[in-house]
Design a protein around this ligand. Structure first.
Ligand code: AMP
Length: 188
């Protein structure tokens, strides 16, 4: 079976960590949209500079740039047997642009209360020093999740693709829940 698994949830829900575990278990690559864009932002050209500035503000990078960066990654040969993508789509436009080509096989939504989300981001920024983990950018990212991402997820819910997971607990507890769901409940 070809997996095209999307991992969504508010910042700090543990998507990135869980994507790595799921990738090892299923033997398919994983990548995050934020990470792909950070790679694109590492260059010295004008576009790289623009992406970097947008990421630091917490706003979404323009859909045309996102679509191009994502398509380039999905066209790589290692995606031929499936992939796990974290942090895409984040709004209706991105949903529509992906829907023109394909459909995910499962959309895993990791749910955590807002205070847990904020505490985990604070911890992460102490360890990783992400330049976009400033209070203003964090607030903006969470706002975009509530306003744009949450409503967009309803499209997938209506298609029966959404698997909600409680993201509170240890890494192992959450990964057990995800792996359990991927093998029961119609798989991923
Ligand atoms: P993340 O690593 O998921 O926290 O994303 C970091 C930043 O990358 C976001 O605040 C956005 O600026 C950008 N980004 C990540 N995913 C997307 C996306 N699907 N669409 C637009 N911008 C994105």
């Amino acid at each position: 079976m070809m997996h095209r698994i999307f991992l969504l949830g508010p910042q700090g829900c543990g998507k990135g960590t869980q994507a790595v575990i799921l990738s090892e278990r299923l033997g398919i690559p994983q990548f995050s949209m934020g990470g792909l864009l950070r790679e694109a932002a590492a260059g010295t050209d004008e576009l790289a500079g623009r992406i970097r500035a947008i990421q630091e503000s917490g706003e979404l990078v323009p859909g045309t740039v996102v679509a191009e960066v994502l398509r380039a990654r999905l066209d790589k040969p290692d995606c031929a047997d499936g992939y796990i993508l974290d942090g895409f789509p984040r709004n209706q436009d991105q949903y529509d642009s992906y829907a023109k080509h394909d459909r995910p096989t499962a959309v895993i939504v990791i749910e955590v209360p807002r205070d847990v989300s904020i505490e985990r981001i604070a911890q992460r920024s102490r360890i990783e020093h992400r330049t976009d983990d400033t209070p203003d950018a964090i607030r903006r990212r969470l706002e975009i999740y509530d306003q744009d991402t949450e409503p967009m997820i309803n499209n997938y819910r209506a298609q029966g693709l959404v698997r909600e997971v409680d993201g509170v607990g240890t890494v192992e507890e959450v990964s057990d829940r995800i792996l359990g769901m991927c093998t029961i409940q119609g798989g991923c």
